[in-house]
Design a binder for this molecule. Structure first.
Ligand SMILES: Nc1ncnc2c1ncn2[C@@H]1O[C@H](COP(=O)(O)OP(=O)(O)OP(=O)(O)O)[C@@H](O)[C@H]1O
Ligand SMILES: [Mg+2]
Length: 137
């Protein structure tokens, strides 16, 4: 199912709405920042990226114990970059896929399907950062 705001406003508005709602419904501060020139994307990108950000934000709420989470979308004419960063407890990135969770694995396979890249870094006691990049031709 595609959220109504995504169809109407595109990724920038939908992610902004989503982050506002997560901010209001959790003790964690969730901020959305947009940098660049907004343009609508192919629907498969809009849906895929929305789902990816949903999972990463939900993970931060469920697992990180952070008090701050920042979601950034940087849109350039031929490049799209998304950054999700929390200041929580961190986790062992090399153990992804070994537990029973499927969220991060599905994030990775969505990104592969869209020909993007993801870089995950995390430090115990400091937080986690997910950087996602797509080259748009
Ligand atoms: N932002 C984060 N901070 C701390 N730990 C995290 C964070 N994101 C993920 N993790 C850790 O990575 C594990 C794997 O995440 P993943 O999304 O794959 O599974 P899950 O959230 O446990 O379950 P599911 O997504 O299938 O409901 C989590 O169980 C958690 O231990
Ligand atoms: Mg998850």
């Amino acid at each position: 199912m595609m959220p109504e705001t995504l169809v109407k406003m595109g990724l920038k508005g939908a992610l902004s709405d989503f982050c506002d709602n997560m901010n209001a419904s959790n003790s964690m501060t969730v901020r959305f920042q947009f940098v660049g020139q907004f343009e609508r994307l192919e629907q498969k990108f809009e849906i895929g990226i929305y789902r990816i950000i949903q999972e990463l934000v939900n993970n931060a709420v469920k697992h990180s114990q952070a008090d701050k989470l920042i979601v950034q979308m940087v849109q350039e004419p031929h490049r799209l970059c998304l950054i999700v960063e929390d200041n929580g407890k961190g986790f062992d990135v090399s153990a992804i896929g070994q537990g029973k969770g499927i969220g991060l694995n599905s994030v990775k396979s969505r990104i592969e399907t869209l020909n993007g890249r993801i870089d995950i870094s995390s430090e115990f006691g400091k937080g986690s950062e997910f950087i996602i990049e797509f080259i748009l031709l």
